[in-house]
Structures are given as C-alpha cells and as structure tokens.
Write a protein that binds this ligand. Structure first.
Ligand SMILES: [Zn+2]
Length: 131
C-alpha cells in the first residue's frame, strides 16, 4: 500500500500522477506552461503531453526535461516526507523544478540566454528563443 495515504496500491501511476500531492505539483506546472489538458495518470500518456507540435526538437527536449524534473522532484520530496517526516510542499517542489530546468537549459542550450525571472514569468516566450 502507498506509504503516504495508505488508501491505494503504491504504483508509479498513483505516486507520480494520481496522488493529491503529485496532482498539485502537476497543476502548478501546467498553469505555468499554459497546458490546458487534463493530466493523464498513465506515465507514457502523461509524458506525451509534454510536447509541442511543430516545435523544434531542442524545444521539445526542454519540455521533456521539465517532465523528468517534475517526476524526479516528486520522488525525492515523497522520500523526504516518508523517511524524514518532511511536510508536503507542492509549491516548493514546483519552484525547484523551475530552478533545475532553467539551469539545465542555460548550460545545454547555447541560444538560451534569458534570466531566471523571465523563465518563471514567460516560459513559452523563453522557449521561442531556443534554436
Ligand atoms: Zn497514496
């Protein structure tokens, strides 16, 4: 059983996409990126939502990196809750994802020269600068 809620089987669908805490993190991320679709709880379908049609592959790499960032930060935060009696902080997790992905983009995409505040305020405008 899930170590957090004790109500459902501990599956990756539940932990990363269907548990209330994960839903809050994905909701913040979707709002930030202007994603208007319902979040899928099946991992492959959820991953497939993080693409832009007709976008450059480099831009879709950024979308994929955001997805990986959310999943990895949800995982480490849930371990913190279970093993270190941490407190659920969805906005804190979401903020860490913004920082990690901005650092990744700044290092890996040479055309990306935008500030962290621009990244937080206008992620889609920043992604248009990536070539
Ligand atoms: Zn649970």
């Amino acid at each position: 059983m899930c170590g957090l809620c004790g109500l459902e089987e501990e599956s990756c669908c539940h932990l990363f996409f269907d548990y209330n805490f994960a839903r809050r993190v994905w909701g913040l991320c979707h709002r930030w990126l202007g994603v208007l679709v319902m979040s899928q709880i099946e991992p492959k379908s959820n991953f497939d939502q993080f693409r832009m049609n007709r976008a450059l592959e480099t831009v879709n790499n950024v979308w994929n990196t955001i997805w990986v960032g959310v999943v990895s930060k949800i995982w480490s935060h849930m371990n913190n809750i279970i093993f270190k009696r941490g407190v659920g902080d969805a906005f804190g997790v979401f903020s860490l994802v913004q920082v990690k992905v901005w650092l990744w983009v700044s290092i890996n995409c040479r055309s990306a020269s935008f500030s962290f505040s621009d990244w937080c305020l206008e992620p889609l405008v920043c992604m248009r600068l990536i070539t």
